[in-house]
Design a protein around this ligand. Structure first.
Ligand code: NAD
Ligand code: UGA
Length: 456
């Protein structure tokens, strides 16, 4: 099938590459000329396991094209995926300007029936706005003859960064919202054909109305964020009462009604989605006169949780960290990505630097992106950035630090040479923001150890 993907970011690039891998002829559009030039010269703008191979294979096979040409992109695909960003507006609502601009472009150039798929995470009711934006452009063209038909479908994406290709290729579920107009039925047929390869062994698609599909995406992210904040709050209490949140996690996760996933306490959730989607759903509710009290708490707990490591450090060393030097392992918001959006490391670094400390940081893949982002974070204080040293490897970062602080649970941090860690640090102190190590084992080998909710 001929597919166009509008927006070649995390979701657009993965969607485009994976649909090409299944034999479709895919045209990826982005307005960012540098991104498209990079992709056309064999580069990949993001770190995502397995993605480079798929992109290169399908480019070579002539099934995957990257371009900034809007008219060509509209002409190409019978199905047009909108996969552009929906960042938070000042009031927390999803900013739809990129989605509606993409829709308007489709209306400007389309000459025959199209299915427009909202892949971006968008609030309930957005499909109607996308339809209106397309129709307004069609009307402005004053075309003669029969009206050009189209249908807007909601097909939210559930992939996780760091496992995006695997998640896309082997989805738990595919959610598709269509309306039941004749154009909607035509869209249903085309979407069914497109996703057939994913449904061969068992049916994974949940068909529903458009609004329910839009809502499902926010409900899923809000539920996952709620589980994390709930566990973080329990972990903070476990620290006070002398219980071990990891033992508690096993104890409750073994109940199949609860399950083990997304019960890991830590130093807060980050990324481009949970923080913004929780806010956007709260905002939607407010627009309809309802307060989502649980979600407000989820957000507050998470904002607090990003300061928990900083609090533990100041409880140990005092509020003034002048003259103190820390090793920080992990900058990305989670492992297997170089994405720094809403990463907990940024909050911690701000706190340590503002209190006068120096920090040596290392991340296995996010170093360049971290440097770029931290330059912006500390734009108000150039001297501050000079107190952050970027180290090429995790061992170098340890040298003469007063403590090691872990923010991201990269595999390479799980079983370090603890003798070397101890030898390089000034004092054997570890603040473990992702509960990578066993407190008793750490104590037995001579470390002063602080986890999250592990004060047994
Ligand atoms: P991103 O910021 O990585 O990429 C968006 C891309 O769209 C950018 O390259 C930008 O240049 C391009 N763009 C903007 N306006 C355009 C236009 N009019 N025409 C063509 N290109 C345009 O965003 P992302 O992380 O891929 O997220 C996209 C959407 O998917 C968001 O709504 C997000 O919430 C949702 N989502 C993201 C993930 C994830 O893991 N990142 C997972 C599921 C859903
Ligand atoms: C999340 C969802 O998991 C995806 O299903 C969804 O498609 C995506 O958001 C989205 O809408 O963009 P992602 O943000 O890539 O995916 O990463 P997650 O693995 O969900 O982790 C998010 C954050 O939660 C990370 O900072 C992670 O460290 C934290 N986390 C996760 C915890 O603190 N505890 C856990 O138990 C799990």
């Amino acid at each position: 099938m001929k597919i166009t993907i509008i927006g070649t970011g995390y979701v657009g690039l993965v969607t485009g590459a994976c649909l090409a891998e299944l034999g479709n002829d895919v045209f990826c559009l982005d307005l960012d000329q540098r991104k498209i030039a990079m992709l056309n010269s064999g580069g990949i703008p993001i770190h995502e396991p397995g993605l480079a191979e798929i992109v290169s294979r399908n480019r070579a096979a002539g099934r995957l094209h990257f371009s900034t040409d809007i008219a060509a992109s509209v002409a190409h695909g019978q199905i047009q995926f909108i996969a552009v960003g929906t960042p938070p507006d000042e009031d927390g609502s999803a900013d739809l300007q990129y989605v509606l601009a993409a829709a308007a472009n489709i209306g400007k150039y389309m000459t025959g029936f199209k299915v427009i798929v909202d892949k971006s995470t968008v609030p309930v009711g957005t499909a109607d706005k996308v339809s209106a934006a397309i129709q307004a452009e069609l009307d402005a063209r004053n075309l003669s003859g029969a009206p050009i038909q189209f249908s807007v479908v909601s097909n939210p994406e559930f992939l996780k960064e760091g496992a995006a290709v695997e998640d896309f290729m082997r989805p738990d579920r595919i959610v598709i919202g269509c309306d039941d107009s004749p154009a909607g039925q035509q869209a249903h047929t085309l979407m069914k054909q497109l996703y057939l390869p994913f449904n061969r062994n068992h049916e994974r698609t949940y068909w529903m109305d458009v609004r329910s599909a839009e809502f499902t995406k926010y409900a899923a992210n809000a539920m996952l964020a709620t589980r994390i904040s709930f566990m973080n709050e329990l972990a903070n209490l476990a620290d006070k009462v002398g219980a071990d949140i990891e033992a508690v996690r096993h104890g409750i996760g073994s109940d199949p009604r609860i399950g083990y996933s997304f019960l890991y306490a830590g130093c807060g959730y980050g990324g481009s989605c949970f923080p913004k989607d929780v806010q956007a759903l709260e905002r939607t509710a407010r627009d309809y006169g309802q307060e989502l009290l649980i979600l407000r708490a989820v957000e507050q707990v998470n904002n607090h949780q990003k300061h928990v490591l900083g609090q533990k450090i100041t409880e140990r060393f005092g509020p003034d960290l002048q003259g103190k030097h820390f090793a920080l392992w992990g900058l990305a918001f989670k492992p297997n990505t170089d994405d720094m959006r809403e990463a907990s490391s940024r909050v911690l670094l701000r706190e340590l630097i503002d209190r006068g400390a120096t920090v040596a940081v290392h991340d296995p893949v996010a170093m360049a992106e971290a440097q770029r982002v931290l330059e912006l974070d500390f734009a108000d204080d150039r001297g501050a950035l000079q107190r952050i040293r970027f180290c090429d490897n995790q061992a170098d970062a340890l040298q003469d630090a007063d403590a090691l602080v872990i923010v991201t649970e990269w595999k390479t941090f799980r079983s370090p040479d603890f003798d070397q860690v101890k030898a390089r640090l000034k004092a054997p102190i570890v603040f473990d923001g992702r509960n990578l190590y066993e407190p008793q084992v750490m104590r037995d080998i001579g470390f002063e150890y602080y986890g999250i909710g592990r004060s047994v």
